[in-house]
Design a protein around this ligand. Structure first.
Ligand code: PEP
Length: 270
């Protein structure tokens, strides 16, 4: 069901991505994926692509389980180095992630921009590093509260998108996933209203159209992220330009994540 990395996918299938951040060990991952596999029956995967993003130390466990046990969810990474190889202590390259068959990699998360001072130049280099290895980046953009209060959020997010895609060719751009994550909504419990999220996601798609034309703009999946839970996922993915969600806190519990994925697929779990 999952297309090979580097291939544009059908927007009719929603994309739900669980960003575990620095949670869950290698051993926890085994139990988590078994629970998620039991909790989300196969029929849901026709409508939803489910991805988990464990810490680097647990990606190999996820790979082993997904490939050997035939689980239907896929996995990816939370970050990638902008460098190919060499003296970059602590970093993990695109080639290493490709060897582990990572389906996606997050780039430009606000926590990386904030705590690791990653600017638009670094984010662009990471987008290109991922694409060079056939891994679609999940490119995060989003404004802080001051920018939102100044009503500059659309310009801010579209500028981040444009900068991150510099020197990315249309064939590659069509495989990128864009995630609108207002910083004020991440881990705060304060979610952007569906129409607020739709407004920015539509503007991001318009920018993609200006940069690459309508075919690419129509192929790119645009996600919303920021305090999404099973209680609010339904109204978010009902919006026209929102193709799924990037989920932090609510993805740590496999039962809650399974419930959320089922709702995104248009169903529910008892
Ligand atoms: C995130 O980390 O990308 C995120 C959206 O976190 P949360 O769902 O906890 O707000």
């Amino acid at each position: 069901m999952t297309p090979p990395a580097g291939t544009a996918t059908n927007r009719s299938r929603r994309l739900i991505v669980g960003n575990w951040k620095m949670n869950l060990t290698h051993a926890d991952t085994v139990g988590y994926l078994q629970k998620l596999a039991r909790g989300l029956p196969a029929r849901y995967y026709h409508n939803v692509e489910v991805v988990v993003l464990p810490p680097f130390t647990a990606i190999r466990s996820a790979q082993t389980m997904v490939l050997s046990d035939g689980f239907m969810m896929t996995y990816g990474a939370q970050d990638v180095s902008q460098h190919e190889s060499g003296a970059y202590t602590g970093e993990v390259s695109g080639a290493m992630l490709a060897e582990l068959r990572c389906r996606y990699v997050v780039v430009g998360h606000s926590e990386r921009r904030q705590h690791h001072h990653e600017d638009d130049t670094v984010v662009n280099a990471k987008v290109r590093a991922a694409l060079a290895h056939g891994i679609p980046p999940i490119l995060c953009v989003g404004e802080g509260l001051e920018v939102r209060d100044a009503d500059s959020h659309i310009g801010h997010c579209t500028a981040q998108l444009t900068a991150a895609l510099e020197k990315v060719i249309p064939e590659e751009a069509a495989t990128v996933v864009v995630a609108y994550e207002p910083v004020w909504a991440i881990g705060t419990g304060r979610v952007a209203g569906p129409s607020e999220a739709q407004e920015v996601c539509a503007a991001l798609r318009t920018t993609l159209g200006e940069l690459y034309g309508q075919t690419v703009a129509g192929a790119v999946r645009v996600l919303y992220g920021g305090s999404v839970k099973s209680d609010n996922i339904g109204e978010i993915v009902a919006e026209r330009d929102i193709d799924g969600a990037l989920i932090g806190g609510a993805s740590i519990d496999p039962d809650e994540f399974a419930k959320l994925c089922a709702i995104a697929a248009g169903g529910s779990l008892r």
